[in-house]
Design a binder for this molecule. Structure first.
Ligand code: FE2
Length: 443
């Protein structure tokens, strides 16, 4: 361990380190051609402690990075903090725990029912606009009395949004929520699970929701040491299947091999079975990243109650996305961010490629950026007929030149050069999740 390593934790070094100034640049240089059909804003959030320091990567203030594309031009790039209650403060500080408008808003961007939200699973959503301005905390007219996951799912057929919370410190340790296409909270359902576990994501199908009761267990004694969860395989692991409009009494629990999952890719129903894909780790620790996610598939037979699981690929990858018109339906393609591989205990290093999977066969194609370039989450944007007719877009960073860029890859020509690469005026730290917000749908 060298002196530099001793000095700062991984999330404050290199391109994980926060940028300290908000940016606003116009008319950015483009290599290649931005499709003229892309009119909107890609917005990504990520932890970026405004003080320059945070105890844990998860605890940094949410800094939005937005890039506006219009008429084939990169009109602007902007970075702007989400102006939340608790901005600049430690979320574990006295008085903040359980205060639902105290958000870091640093995990994901989702649009639903005409609104755009910056999300963090420990708090209420924060509404923002396409200029990256903060509108305020959203509690659905007072009906949302708990936090909301940063990974809600929107049904492409009904427009409903499904979400959950694991924020409670006493039972129920899980709550499920269903928000109509009209933006009204229709159901807030307590779900019984035996203990408080960290639950970052879940999955839905056309008729069911799938909860991940995995053994990343809460322990208050650990909070004193900086992070309150740890992996305990003897706590067991279960998938909970509930009709989307069902209740706690309807949940069927299926035991699986203990594992940890940050992100599902998708789930769907076929022949009385539920099929779910996700990036799976055999275990997880907040301080040791020697194992990273790989693509797995679980098949739950609703008639026999049996669950089978299989690893689809041994190449590490996470942050999986699909064409969102196929959420809960049999999507053929998944887009993952390569991870740097097992064995790097110090930081969860992002890889040098984006991966396009055939989710049925497990085969994949890679879009390689080169050894010094690390990529972020690939967000899919549809451009025409056909599931993979569209683009994967993300921020990338070249550690050799210290140059960050925004890239657009043609998903039907995935291993070709990006169709457009937009050079950015400032470093964009490795972050969390983002989405494309069309100008047609939002002002
Ligand atoms: Fe996530």
């Amino acid at each position: 361990m060298n002196g530099k390593t001793m000095e700062k934790p991984w999330h404050l070094r290199g391109n994980w380190a926060p940028v300290l100034e908000e940016q606003d640049a116009t008319n950015l240089p483009v290599r290649g051609d931005i499709p003229k059909t892309l009119n909107g804003t890609y917005i990504r959030t990520g932890p970026n402690p405004s003080s320059g320091h945070s105890v844990h990567w998860f605890f940094g203030d949410g800094l939005l990075h937005g890039i506006r594309l219009e008429d084939g031009k990169a009109k602007w790039y902007r970075s702007k903090y989400v102006d939340t209650v608790g901005f600049g403060e430690d979320p574990l500080a006295a008085g903040h725990m359980g205060k639902l408008d105290c958000s870091k808003a640093n995990t994901h961007i989702v649009s639903h029912s005409g609104k755009i939200y910056a999300l963090n699973e420990g708090a209420w959503p924060y509404a923002i606009n396409q200029e990256l301005e903060t509108i305020g905390a959203e509690n659905y007219g007072g009906k949302l009395t708990t936090a909301m996951t940063a990974h809600p799912k929107i049904c492409p057929e009904t427009g409903e949004m499904f979400a959950f919370s694991y924020a409670n410190f006493q039972p129920p340790f899980l709550q499920y929520m269903r928000i109509g296409a009209d933006g009204e909270l229709k159901q807030l359902e307590p779900i019984d699970i035996p203990q408080k576990v960290m639950m970052h994501d879940f999955a839905v199908t056309r008729n069911f929701t799938i909860f991940l009761d995995l053994p990343v267990v809460f322990d208050l004694a650990l909070a004193m040491k900086g992070f309150p969860y740890e992996f305990r395989s003897d706590a067991g692991a279960r998938l909970g299947v509930m009709p989307r409009n069902g209740s706690n009494a309807d949940v069927r629990w299926f035991d699986i091999e203990p594992c940890a999952i940050f992100h599902t890719v998708n789930a769907h129903e076929a022949d009385g079975k539920i099929i779910m894909t996700a990036s799976r780790m055999g275990s997880w620790s907040h301080s040791d990243f020697s194992e990273v996610g790989k693509l797995w598939r679980w098949t739950i037979d609703l008639a026999t109650g049996q669950v089978t699981d299989e690893q689809l690929d041994d190449r590490p990858g996470d942050f999986g996305r699909i064409n969102e018109a196929f959420v809960g339906l049999p999507a053929k393609f998944g887009y993952l961010m390569e991870m740097d591989g097992d064995g790097n205990a110090e930081e969860p290093t992002y890889g040098n490629a984006l991966l396009k999977y055939d989710l049925q066969s497990g085969s994949s194609k890679a879009h390689e950026f080169g050894k010094s370039v690390r990529a972020g989450e690939p967000t899919f944007v549809q451009s025409g007929e056909g599931e993979d007719n569209g683009y994967a877009m993300t921020f990338v960073h070249d550690e050799a030149s210290n140059q960050s860029s925004f890239v657009i890859v043609d998903c039907q020509n995935f291993d070709a050069e990006p169709i457009a690469t937009i050079a950015l005026p400032e470093r964009v730290p490795y972050g969390a999740h983002g989405n494309w917000i069309s100008l047609a749908n939002h002002s």
